[in-house]
Design a protein. Structure first.
Length: 276
């Protein structure tokens, strides 16, 4: 019987998750399919019911449902419990619907190995949305103690500080003037996403050895990414994070740790365009 998987989110058309997982299904000769699932706030429960009755074996979750879906599943575990953010849903041996978080692993595997384990480094997370809790936990797991958070609406920062009490809140109005003080900057917003606006300033005051991580992978180069790259700064886009989080989701569902090979990277690269 064919196993069915999918992803929910909005906007979702840009997602390469179907390409990623279908590649691995073919590589490991699995009778499975992966699709984009049209969902709204009103029918999240129906999607979970489809997992319980085995219509779906598992789903990925992206914005804006990473927190909203928690009220519709049986329990959250591991990094999902710590972050309050779910991006992978599966059913366990007791037929309970489980919420997992593979974004934390994805970020660590992709980028944070590049960061010296120096607790004196200062990190800035821009954005307090669905992926931000995963970014904060990844930084903490990597030994970064001094973490600041900024967002256009301060209420979301205050909400996250209740979960991560040691973080600092940087007012959005001070972002440009304070950007020079950070060693690591992570864009966890949708600014720069294909078809969306980018930041209104160019990060010209950043440190020479700053590390800039963009959680966006479509486009591969946002305006800010491109500017910092041309300035000679160390920059990363969101593609590697996307691949590694998908790798862990695939393992949780299928108990196979899929290979990330050159053919896969070429396939994903062919679906994306470097910004002009």
């Amino acid at each position: 019987m064919k196993k069915l998987f999918g992803i929910i989110g909005n906007p979702i058309k840009h997602s390469l998750s179907p390409v990623l997982h279908k590649y691995w299904f073919d590589k490991y000769s699995l009778d499975a399919d992966y699709s984009i699932i049209d969902v709204t706030n009103n029918n999240l429960t129906k999607i979970i019911e489809k997992i319980k009755d085995r219509s779906f074996t598992g789903i990925n979750v992206t914005l804006p449902y990473k927190q909203k879906i928690i009220n519709h599943i049986d329990k959250v575990v591991n990094d999902a419990e710590q972050t309050g953010s779910v991006n992978t849903v599966l059913i366990d041996g007791n037929k309970s619907v489980i919420g997992e978080n593979t974004d934390v692993f994805g970020l660590q595997a992709a980028y944070l190995k590049e960061i010296d384990n120096n607790s004196n480094q200062k990190a800035l997370v821009i954005g307090a949305g669905g992926v931000s809790p995963s970014v904060i936990l990844s930084l903490q797991k990597s030994g970064i103690r001094n973490i600041s958070l900024t967002n256009r609406t301060n209420e979301k920062c205050i909400f996250l500080k209740k979960r991560f009490s040691t973080i600092n809140i940087l007012p959005w109005k001070n972002l440009q003037s304070e950007i020079k003080n950070f060693d690591i900057i992570v864009n966890a917003t949708s600014l720069g996403l294909k078809g969306a606006d980018d930041f209104e300033f160019n990060f010209s005051g950043t440190k020479n050895k700053v590390i800039y991580i963009d959680t966006i992978y479509n486009p591969l180069e946002t305006k800010t990414y491109k500017y910092l790259k041309e300035e000679g700064k160390k920059v990363f886009n969101g593609l590697d994070m996307f691949i590694y989080q998908g790798q862990k989701s695939f393992y949780l569902w299928n108990k196979i740790n899929p290979e990330i090979d050159d053919r896969l990277l070429d396939l994903l690269g062919s679906k994306l365009k470097w910004s002009k």
